[in-house]
Design a protein around this ligand. Structure first.
Ligand code: MSP
Length: 485
């Protein structure tokens, strides 16, 4: 039976258009999905939009349109962008879907029935931008006397409202034990953050006195947007009574570091409260920064992924930089250097370089017989190493492996000066290597992969392989300057 994996991105807030941080998360998810499929895993890849809550209600108010209209529009913007970036999700969930809303009300009923909810009054701090309750210790006062959340710099205000609380503190020991016994966070050291937070665990306010959300029966309140949002991961695979257990047992949530407490503390506890297992892994990436501050709509320092000319270049850059457990400055010069020198210079030009020699010596559409390469040890090892990087969830190391292959092939060409004596020995060595390189590129850059595969055919015929060049075209043009990005 094939191994299974359930890959999710966070669901994106629909108060505004997507930015680089959003596309970064999605490129990672799509890469893992395609690359694992390439290694015969059964994959389910989920993304979607987070459509309820105070910040969306207020964004709609500012625009003077109903929230439903805003979220319909914005979720479509996300879908269009994902198409442009070849993000091939298996399901796109929206939290305003009727099925999701029904499921969340079931979750609420179970929490009530299991006695994990009680009524009280929340008096404390709230940041609309993060849709998050903060303790005073998690905030600071800036030079303009504005209180802000330390992690996000978002404004926080005092609120006092009657609400339902979730008995989060009852899960302290269970959570600590879970962190101790599971390789939950990737990178592993980030579990310290979860442990620190959990040692001081308080109950969580889980309802709001706002109207844009899932209405709690017999009250005038709505369910706190994060409860609504987190359970999307279960709704999408069959909902609470009927969820796909095999997929859930192999779940990987890709998230940014700003939402680690929601996913690493609240979410496992909520799952335990309704009788389900915590997710298997959290893959936690850092932030894209611009001149050292976080890219965000409110700071106006956003790289708009829809305006990027070469979408595959940005995709490559995100996967190459990965940001696993650290932040990264989005530096345009560095971007151009990576694309021109590494992706094009080392990897893609290799195909053009080698295929030009084939063309010169054999022309198009002529069959060249190649020895069986199924047992070639160097190729077996490359595949094994790529799978290992994948199973450790490292797009960066996976791509490094592709660069290694390109270096090996380029060095072989140079060292043997194969253009001087272009013979079958060289072809036998290089064709299988380049064919493997292009196959492994599939998860990274699908369009490029398709372009390369359209240049040639490689078919089996009784333990022999038949290679034939169909056409020759340079795969890419280098980026001229920053305006060309
Ligand atoms: N709606 C919640 C997630 C709910 S999941 C049950 C949310 N949405 S978000 O739109 O604000 O963020 C979505 C993802 O984008 C998060 O993982 C966040 O970390 C990521 N990014 C937002 N800004 C970012 C950068 N500047 N850089 C990299 N990723 C960042 O949170």
């Amino acid at each position: 039976m094939n191994k299974k994996i359930y890959i999710t991105t966070p669901i994106f807030y629909t108060n505004g258009n997507p930015h680089l941080g959003h596309i970064h998360t999605c490129c990672l998810g799509d890469f893992f999905s395609k690359a694992f499929k390439n290694f015969n895993y059964e994959v389910f890849f989920l993304t979607g939009t987070d459509e309820h809550g105070q910040k969306i209600a207020n964004a709609a108010k500012t625009l003077n349109i109903p929230p439903q209209e805003l979220v319909n529009k914005t979720s479509q913007v996300f879908k269009t962008l994902f198409e442009d970036y070849n993000i091939n999700y298996d399901y796109f969930i929206r939290t305003t879907d009727e099925n999701h809303k029904k499921n969340i009300l079931e979750v609420w009923e179970i929490l009530l029935k299991n006695n994990y909810l009680y009524k009280g009054v929340y008096k404390g701090l709230y940041a609309e931008k993060d849709e998050c309750f903060y303790s005073p210790e998690e905030t600071y006062v800036d030079k303009d006397n504005q209180r802000r959340a330390t992690i996000s710099n978002s404004e926080v205000v005092e609120v006092e409202e009657e609400c339902y609380f979730f008995r989060l503190s009852a899960f302290k020991e269970k959570l600590l034990n879970f962190y101790e016994t599971h390789e939950f966070t990737i990178p592993n050291n980030l579990k310290e953050e979860l442990i620190k937070y959990t040692e001081n665990l308080k109950d969580l306010c889980v309802s709001r006195n706002i109207s844009w959300g899932i209405k709690i029966p017999n009250t005038n309140q709505t369910i706190y947007v994060w409860i609504d949002a987190l359970f999307n991961y279960i709704t999408a695979i069959g909902a609470i009574e009927n969820y796909n257990k095999d997929l859930w047992a192999n779940s990987l949530h890709i998230i940014g570091k700003d939402i680690i407490i929601f996913h690493g503390v609240y979410w496992p506890a909520l799952l335990m409260a309704v009788g389900l297992q915590p997710p298997k892994h959290l893959f936690i990436h850092g932030w894209w920064l611009f001149n050292d501050s976080k890219m965000s709509k409110s700071l106006g320092n956003i790289i708009d992924p829809s305006k990027i000319k070469h979408k595959e270049y940005l995709r490559y850059f995100c996967l190459r930089q990965e940001l696993l457990g650290h932040d990264g400055n989005f530096d345009k010069k560095h971007f151009i250097e990576i694309i021109n020198n590494e992706l094009i210079g080392k990897m893609l030009n290799l195909f053009y370089r080698f295929f030009s020699l084939i063309n010169k010596n054999y022309g198009f559409n002529n069959i060249i017989e190649i020895d069986d390469f199924n047992k070639r040890e160097d190729l077996i090892l490359i595949k094994k190493q790529c799978l290992q990087h994948l199973e450790k969830f490292s797009s960066k190391h996976y791509i490094n492996e592709l660069i290694n292959i390109s270096n090996i092939a380029n060095e072989y060409i140079d060292k043997n000066k194969i253009w001087q004596d272009f013979n079958l020995k060289h072809i036998n060595y290089l064709v299988p290597l380049l064919d493997l390189l292009s196959t492994l590129l599939k998860g990274v850059l699908e369009e490029t992969y398709n372009k390369i595969k359209n240049l040639y055919t490689l078919k089996t015929n009784n333990n022999k392989y038949e290679f034939s060049l169909l056409k020759l075209e340079p795969l890419f043009t280098k980026i001229e300057n920053e305006e060309d990005i």
